[in-house]
Write a protein that binds this ligand. Sequence first.
Ligand SMILES: C[S@@+](CC[C@H](N)C(=O)[O-])C[C@H]1O[C@@H](n2cnc3c(N)ncnc32)[C@H](O)[C@@H]1O
Length: 249
Amino acid sequence: MASGAKYDAIGRTYTRTRIPDPRIAARITAKLGDARTVLNVGAGTGSYEPVDRAVVAVEPSATMLAQRPRGAAPAARAVAEALPFATATFDAAMATLTLHHWNDLEQGVAEMRRVATRQVVLFFEPSCSDDFWLYADYFPESGEVPSERAPGARRLAALFDVRSIESVPVPADCTDGFGAAYWNRPEAYLDPDVQAGISSFAQLDDATRTENTERLRCDLASGAWDTRYGYLRTLAEYDGGYRLLVAGS
Ligand SMILES: C[S@@+](CC[C@H](N)C(=O)[O-])C[C@H]1O[C@@H](n2cnc3c(N)ncnc32)[C@H](O)[C@@H]1O
């Protein structure tokens, strides 16, 4: 599938539920260090772009580009695999929750390394997703969606000149409705808008999504979910497998 096509189809309501979380934003901005020029690759609607330095965005989906807020950084319609910039144009290149959608990961990473001295990447570890109650108990088919067989730390460490990889726990009141955002608020996963904002849901066929959603709805109504996982409702944060990688210099 052409890179922009997927999000042209599934990204129409992205900004309704994918509100960048300020705590995660602070972590990303800190890792950009003293970089003054930043390229945001797979930038989508502009989440996590710092406002205190010069940012340029690259995004292949017209639907996502159209949802960038007024005043957002300038954006080029392009793919990670062919960045339209000269070598070493930027101090840093960032990529948040996008690598698993790229058609050619190796080429995209090589391009990030070519155009920027430092790379900062927010990604998720696929084995953690497999263990997450949502996918393990209710939506196992999500793990079979090709983009959700994401590259984990081991694969990325072979492609980047890694300085650090840190865990990014998901706060109990996380505002960015990505896959594990509602680990303690299971009712949210019944909401069609929330489902539309999570690619592992949005790419499921309607019958599977409806059937699995009903199973979750029943377990919430009967108390079965709380019997098994109610302890999660009291925790402040959760390791949903999100990781922040810093590479280069
Ligand atoms: C889950 S969204 C993440 C958007 C944004 N970075 C964020 O954190 O909200 C994934 C984005 O990757 C983009 N994408 C897909 N294939 C791509 C490619 N080959 N190169 C660059 N971006 C790509 C999609 O169009 C989509 O906007």
